[in-house]
Design a protein around this ligand. Structure first.
Ligand code: NI
Length: 164
């Protein structure tokens, strides 16, 4: 396993939609293991494949720092099939270092996809896990959390962030 380089805003690959995985093979297993190691090394609670420059629908999530019963989750070709409620909380991203903002997200979600062996899975989540799932699936669709901010907030972000 190896720790991969995490690309940061405003790199183009973060704005691009990733492609569905068609074959679960050894290369994919290596990518997943490297993504897990990269997420833990960062450290972060989630990582999407395009954050390490790979345009595939793969994400890894582990929110056990905040919710100790939550396991390591590997999702291939994930899709949100249900969203419920609204909740605001602070959010950040490994690809936008040193920046967090309060964001509105669905309170509960149901996500379907495949696990790392290619078996269908469905995950119902709330709290930080629901937020992480929405954030990572956004990544796979080429959407960053800062893209979801209102216009004025986004302008402030760009000014502040461009200065670094
Ligand atoms: Ni992120």
């Amino acid at each position: 396993m190896s720790v991969l380089h995490i690309v940061t805003y405003p790199e183009k690959v973060l704005k691009e939609k990733t492609n569905p995985v068609k074959e679960i093979n050894g290369n994919l297993q290596r990518l997943i293991d490297d993504m897990i190691e990269t997420m833990y090394a960062a450290p972060g609670v989630g990582l999407a494949a395009n954050q390490v420059g790979v345009k595939k629908q793969v994400t890894v999530i582990d929110v056990s720092v905040r919710d100790e019963k939550s396991p390591l989750i590997v999702l291939v070709n994930p899709e949100i099939i249900h969203m419920e409620g609204e909740i605001e909380a602070e959010e950040g991203c490994l690809s936008v270092p040193d920046y967090t903002t309060v964001m509105k997200r669905a309170k509960k979600v149901c996500v379907k996809g495949l696990d790392r062996e290619g078996r269908p899975v469905e995950i119902e989540a709330e709290g930080l896990l629901a937020r992480a799932l929405q954030h990572e699936i956004d990544h796979l669709n080429g959407v960053l959390f800062v893209d979801r901010m209102g216009r004025i907030k986004k302008e402030f972000f760009k000014k502040r962030y461009a200065r670094k």
